[in-house]
Design a protein around this ligand. Sequence first.
Ligand code: SF4
Ligand code: SF4
Length: 510
Amino acid sequence: MDRRNEPPDPRETGNPYDATDATERRDDEGTFREEAAAESIGAGSPEDVPHETFGTRGSVQQTVGIGRSTETGSYVFPAFDDHHPPEKNLIDDCVHCGFCLPTCPTYVLFGEEMDSPRGRIYLMNKGLDEEPMDDTMVRHWDLCLGCMACVTACPSGVQYDKLIEATRAQVERRYERAPEDKAFREMIFQLFPYPDRLRLATAPLRLYQRFGVGDMLRRAGIMDRLPKRMKAMEALMPMMTRQQEVPEITSSIGEKRRRVGFIKGCVQRVFFSEVNAATVRVLSAEGCEVVAPKSQGCCGALSVHAGREEEFQRFARKLIDVFEDAEVDEIIINAAGCGSTLKEYGYLLRDDPEYAERASVFTAKVRDVSEFIQELGPVAERHPLPISAAYHDACHLAHAQGVRQQPRATLKQIPGMDVREIKEAEICCGSAGIYNMVEPEPATELGDRKARNVLNTGARMIVTSNPGCMLQIQASLKRMGRSMPMAHPVEVLDASIRGEPVETLLDRAL
Ligand code: SF4
Ligand code: SF4
């Protein structure tokens, strides 16, 4: 009997990668499986592939966290349903060249093929071939930071961003997470996209910080007994400062050049309200009337990056409604993670008959603040700020939006600024939306690696365009017993335009 025509049943074999195609099913002939696996990752033969790429019987080797007791152990057949599975034609764009591997943070950490973009695309293809969605497969996708460094590195233009977004939505719909994992994620999504709830929840944090409760718990060894995810959340909390509200309408200083909308973000408005205040001052100084509608909610970035499609769509539709009413020329955002999602609204709402076109109009207006400042051209006088600053590229600005030169140019236009580059700039700091809370171990390794590279620049401060990156790098510096002032590029520009002394920036603490 020719077993090659039999459908595989991983529940019987116990190996989810068993019998994944006709060639691989010839287990008894040994080398076929490894040849197929080698071919799938672009190697001529199994000998070209590092030994650790294959586990026993040619299956992929397990990676960090796989097999942990919290996984469900159940399979979903087939992996994907018909609602936007990862597109076959996008998968086929991958020619397995491997150029993306050195820039992929999880591949850099684990050296595991299935934790590389190429490996994850391979698993998506397996899913399309009606393989089951199982713990191992989901684990490799979960470990992806969504940093999009692979999109920048790929010479074939593989749209990994679209592939992983589609895959994550499938995982959220079809995969049953362990109850504690589900509960933790739910807690995050009931809190972070809602600034009022977040503000309320962080109110006790002021007392906690004022009385040094965290340090006491650390000294008593209690912190070490907390679950890793809770410990990571505690380490990431910034120093709570006085909230600075931005007005609903701010007039331009001097002649009005534009009427722009301003998106306040959720984490940004609660933890970094001073960045928002600085953004509005800078825009006004550059001749913009700034409209920051009070009724604006979350943009849905956290939700879409976690595959929570319906939740994202609700947020997006509401934001479109709000900014249509505002009648603005451009829509400005200062948080990289939100900006990349806002620029995808047209694509993400493409199925919605009522909103598809309106979402595209919205998207066409969206600009990162540094991108907009450079487009507009400076009119406000820049006063000197004699300071060295390491500029950290937020992945969702550099890789996802291609905005690299504009924040650097914004800083370099300030007399006296010495902008320094960070080694391994393309590698993510491990923040990645909710990643550093749900995957604290790899996130910590990446954060520490980034912090070391930042310290090696010898700069006096760090400048970056994403709140998550600020929290992540600062937590790593703290762990190392170091600290460094941090600022958003627009805060530096604001200090320069206002003629503030450099100490204003250096005295900042997160
Ligand atoms: S998005 Fe980042 S972590 Fe994910 S595969 Fe691409 S490079 Fe790797
Ligand atoms: S660089 Fe692009 S084509 Fe090459 S393996 Fe990576 S995703 Fe595939």
